[in-house]
Design a protein around this ligand. Structure first.
Ligand code: PLP
Length: 402
């Protein structure tokens, strides 16, 4: 459709990439569940291989040969994501971690250096600080909002700055535009993990970042039934990333891409409800006598509330809070929930609850965990799209058991 880039986000999410299936005469997208593609004549096969070999920069537009290289389910999804994030190209991956490693392994080599915020998803932290050390790529942790500390961490071999905002599980924010200004002065690329916000609530590329990525396992898939990732950037940057992604075998399979293009069609509706419910639940918790402290970017008491208003188009569905008491109080609370699902991950239609100390952040030594603000009594909630009163009633009942 002409001029789709000027339309609203909900329209982009629904109509983006759909021309691919309209041209085939379909309304809903078929699932192209095939591993390989057939040719009428060997000359056609040869031409397809030539096109792929000579079209590094437009591999995403070359004919399909084999589903690890390209397929229409991924193309539809990638076109929607590029439109939504305001980038030129998107590449879909078989997990969020594959997207993160795809960016790092595609753009960096032995001897390069990364600067990253200390608050990161555990898997990302492990990848940046341990896995890539084996390939002689080093990562320095620094609070990027501290301009002096950030600038003094920049070395001759620094190539990339990695941000996750809001961060997991403290919801700490990083000022993307401020980081970009310093990073670009030193010719560094800025990568933003936008998982907690989805493209509906934050647009890192419009704030100057070079690359944005998501774990699509969360809000983009939205139903807790797919593990996937995506990277969006300029055509030029994607030229460097895509060939390695294909070689590593990190490309998304058809069914995952099919689920994601379907999930995207309701993303704006879901995010609206996640935000409304998030605000109501955060206000309820903040006023509850059994709750010590609540972190939600939409609350006036949130330390970076002004930055949240400036940088985000909504405050999302993620809340962290401290129950009064100790680890046993947190356990009692979690075991008393009925509507909430006790599970890690986030961004599903149903509300999820977990204890970072006992679950996601359990491998971190207790002292380090406490230093990072992850106390024993901390609870992380992913607020779903159920009725807000039902969610609050479940929390109220569980808090009464402490
Ligand atoms: C912020 C963030 N980024 C990346 C990931 C990794 O994504 P995946 O589990 O899809 O590999 C996660 C997973 O929880 C996450 O929360």
């Amino acid at each position: 459709m002409e001029g789709l880039e000027k339309k609203a986000m909900s329209t982009k999410a629904i109509h983006g990439g759909e021309h691919i299936i309209r041209e085939m005469g379909h309304h809903g997208s078929p699932l192209f569940q095939t591993s390989t593609y057939s040719f009428k004549k060997v000359e056609d096969g040869a031409a397809a291989f030539q096109a792929v070999a000579h079209a590094k920069e437009t591999l995403d537009l070359a004919p399909h040969i084999y589903a690890r290289l390209s397929h229409d389910n991924a193309r539809i999804f990638e076109e929607k994501m590029a439109l939504l994030e305001g980038g030129e190209r998107a590449i879909a991956y078989n997990s969020g971690m594959a997207a993160i490693s795809g960016v790092v392994m595609g753009l960096l080599g032995a001897g390069d250096h990364i600067i990253a915020n200390p608050s990161l998803y555990g898997g990302t932290h492990g990848f940046l600080h341990h896995t890539i050390k084996k390939f002689n790529i080093e990562t320095t942790s620094v609070f990027l909002d501290d301009e002096k500390a950030f600038e003094s961490a920049i070395k001759e071999n620094t190539k990339l700055v990695y941000i996750e905002t809001p961060a997991n599980p403290t919801l700490e924010l990083t000022d993307i535009a401020k980081v970009v200004k310093i990073a670009h002065k030193h010719d560094l690329l800025v990568v933003v993990d936008n998982t907690f916000m989805s493209p509906m609530l934050q647009s890192p590329l419009k704030l100057g970042a070079d690359i944005v990525l998501h774990s699509c396992t969360k809000y983009i898939g939205g139903h807790g039934d797919v593990v996937a990732g995506v990277v969006i950037s300029s055509k030029k940057i994607m030229e460097d990333i895509r060939p390695d992604t294909i070689e590593y075998g990190a490309y998304i399979p058809p069914f995952s891409a099919w689920l994601l293009q379907r999930g995207l069609k309701t993303l704006s509706l879901r995010m609206e409800r996640h935000c409304q419910n998030g605000m109501k639940v955060a206000e309820f918790l903040e006023n509850h006598p059994k709750v010590d402290r609540v972190w939600y970017p939409g609350l006036k008491s949130f330390p970076q509330h002004e930055l949240a208003k400036k940088q985000m188009n909504g405050f999302g569905g993620m809340i962290s809070f401290l129950v009064k008491g100790n680890l046993d109080s947190a356990k009692t609370f979690l075991n008393s929930l009925e509507l909430f699902t006790l599970a890690v991950s986030l961004g599903a239609t149903d509300s999820l609850a977990q204890s970072p100390a006992l679950m996601t952040h359990a491998p971190i030594p207790r002292e380090d965990r406490l230093a990072a603000g992850i106390k024993d009594e901390l609870i992380r909630l992913s607020i779903g799209v159920e009725d807000a009163d039902d969610i609050i009633a479940d929390l109220e009942k569980a808090l009464s058991k402490i």
